[in-house]
Design a protein around this ligand. Structure first.
Ligand SMILES: Nc1ncnc2c1ncn2[C@@H]1O[C@H](COP(=O)(O)OP(=O)(O)O)[C@@H](O)[C@H]1O
Ligand SMILES: [Mg+2]
Length: 407
């Protein structure tokens, strides 16, 4: 496995987080969005975290997708406790040995010894302050897949607690708490910043740049070094293949590995062409996957998902227009309760197709589905039609056969 290090991007972000750039408000929180599997977590852990540490910060990293069933507040508290532990270990062991139930850090903050490692959302600002004072350094908290916090009330409370910690710890010209939030879906991340009651109202979401030409040049140099017989490498073609792979390094590297393998069986075809071909096949496979998932849904689920894809953030599941839309797609009765059940079952699928926030806002779970929908709609190939016709299998809600889909 190769890792392409993105140090200059990391340096830029560190400067912005420290408030050293004249414009921008990253010191109030840096929000980064980029599609799944494009290298966010890798960048945050392998590039940004060390760069922040080199700049003197103590860093806690947490991925809210690592365990989606656990309360985001608890996951974040764990990450802080992990960063705090090596600094408090000695202090708290000494306190326990002396029979004390709390320790005082930096002469100011009292912490209940028994609670270290089991902090809840309410004590997050205290925990962050403790970490800051124990380390005598600015604290950086990196929350990966932060939008996941919005799916529960506990998670929302955690986000508000982080904001209040930021306001308590930071002063003009002095940044003691740096917050980095990343997400795979800009629209969901937006909900942290774009409504009046949102925890980070007013902040901007930046698109995290995807890997690109630099990465491909790096890979090309490695190929030339290992296989001089293949020089010169057609980097432009490789870049085109990488674009077609949706800038997802893992798929690209797999295809490259196969094309370069002595067992590839390529004859008279350059490996760059083979990688490009693999990228096209991957695109087709991704679309076929979404199509078969869609076709496997019940008619009302299809109609609800269709409406959500078409409406995006304007989606209102139960308004009159939406109900009329469902009724046009599905023969038979459609009640708001039935729509609600359809939404629930779209959320409960594995992988989930629909995402719901604690405030009852909906979104498709994977933003890639929007691109798929839009492209098909443009080409007038929407909705997908099952070549075998509708399945003669209805659920007990007696969803009648769907005439439209049969046509
Ligand atoms: N800078 C990089 N260099 C090489 N491979 C990378 C790099 N960043 C990501 N990858 C590969 O891409 C895969 C997905 O990256 P990841 O960071 O998990 O993406 P995300 O968090 O955006 O979903 C990883 O398994 C890794 O192998
Ligand atoms: Mg990730």
């Amino acid at each position: 496995m190769i890792h392409f290090s993105r140090q200059s991007l990391a340096q830029e972000l560190v400067a912005a987080l420290k408030g050293q750039t004249v414009f921008g408000d990253a010191h109030n929180g840096l929000f980064l969005a980029a599609p799944r599997r494009t290298g966010k977590s890798t960048f945050l852990q392998a590039d940004l975290k060390p760069a922040l540490e080199a700049a003197g910060a103590v860093v806690a990293y947490v991925d809210l997708w690592a365990d989606p069933r656990r309360d985001p507040g608890a996951l974040i508290a764990d990450a802080i406790a992990r960063a705090l532990a090596p600094r408090l270990g000695v202090v708290s062991r000494a306190a326990k040995a002396a029979g004390l139930d709390s320790v005082t850090i930096a002469g100011a903050l009292k912490i209940d010894v028994s609670k270290i490692g089991r902090m809840d959302g309410v004590t997050l600002p205290d925990a962050l302050r403790a970490l800051h004072e124990a380390a005598r350094a600015p604290v950086a908290l990196i929350v990966d897949e932060a939008q996941h916090a919005l799916t529960s009330e506990a998670g929302e409370a955690t986000m508000s607690a982080l904001k209040s910690a930021r306001d308590q710890l930071n002063r003009p010209g002095e940044v003691n708490l740096m917050l980095v939030m990343s997400g795979s879906d800009r629209d969901k991340l937006l909900r942290l910043v774009n409504t009046n009651g949102a925890p980070f109202y007013g902040s901007q979401i930046s698109r995290m740049p995807s890997l690109g030409r630099d990465f491909i040049d790096h890979v090309s140099r490695l190929i030339t070094a290992q296989r001089p017989d293949l020089a010169p490498v057609d980097a432009a073609l490789l870049l085109q293949a990488f674009d077609s792979f949706g800038h997802r390094p893992q798929f690209f590297m797999e295809a490259l590995g196969q094309a370069l393998s002595p067992l590839s069986g390529l004859q008279g075809v350059r490996f760059e062409q083979a990688v490009l071909q693999a990228a096209k096949e991957r695109q087709d496979a991704d679309e076929a996957q979404m199509e078969s998932e869609y076709l496997a849904l019940r008619p009302l689920e299809q109609a609800v998902l269709w409406r959500l894809l078409a409406q995006g953030s304007r989606f209102r599941p139960y308004d009159g227009e939406a109900l009329r839309f469902y009724r046009d797609q599905v023969t038979g009765r459609v009640t708001p309760q039935m729509v609600q059940r359809a939404l629930e079952s779209l959320r409960e699928r594995n992988p989930a197709l629909v995402w719901k926030s604690a405030r009852g806002e909906y979104a498709v779970d994977d933003a890639a589905m929007h691109r798929w929908y839009e492209q098909r709609a443009r080409e007038e190939r929407w909705p997908p039609v099952d070549p075998q016709g509708p399945l003669a299998m209805y659920d007990d809600e007696a969803t009648a056969p769907d005439d439209k889909n049969a046509a």
